[in-house]
Write a protein that binds this ligand. Sequence first.
Ligand SMILES: [Zn+2]
Length: 255
Amino acid sequence: VKSIDVHTHPIFFGEGRSRREAASLVKRARSFGIERMVALGDVLVHGRLPTEPQVAAINDETAQLMRWHPEFFIGFGCLNPTLGERAVQHEVERVLALGFRGLKLELSNNARDACMAPVMRLADRHELVVLQHAWSQTVIRERRFHTDPADVAVLARRYPNVPIIMAHLTGCGVRGVLEVQHLRNVFVDTSGAAPEEGIVDYAVEKLGAERVLYGSDWPIRDFPVALARITGSDLSASARRRILHDNARHLLRLP
Ligand SMILES: [Zn+2]
């Protein structure tokens, strides 16, 4: 089965930087039918509040992967919105010039915070997809900087024209699906924690298959485990094809 993986960290705490490691990742992913991969960068290598040069260095490493394998990697730029509007604008313009298709928000701030305004205005203006870290805060309880699905919903209501991928379906859970159910600009990726029977089927029932996207969070979860969340479900062949491949192709406007 062909697929596009929308949530990966090809470089993770410094591992995966070399040309040889990148080539071996591409080869292994292809052996599972993964045709393309969204590379989110080594988002926490400098902690949750990277400086401007650290953010730029992370995104430059992603750009290097794209230069080595332009037909495979799709870059999303990581940002630290707490650095302020000028820094955010500078980095968004830089990653746009490097051919990135989206932005990744991690643990610098909560998605409700005012510092997200310039990020979302730029995403809207430049038609970038926003992938927002999310996890149920009834589990983690660090809401000051860990975004809850309810916070994703607030962000999505404020910026209805920006497509937002809420990360980690399994970490967001049933409540997370319900929080974003009626927000048409919110998609969810299937990564997060260990696979849980029924959760992908539940997301499809509430959101429709067109709003669920395959993501692994590699190397945190390996491809066979991540793919089996979908291939081991009771979903129809057409729903599986959308989740694994077609939705990402449309959202990222791939040929
Ligand atoms: Zn991730």
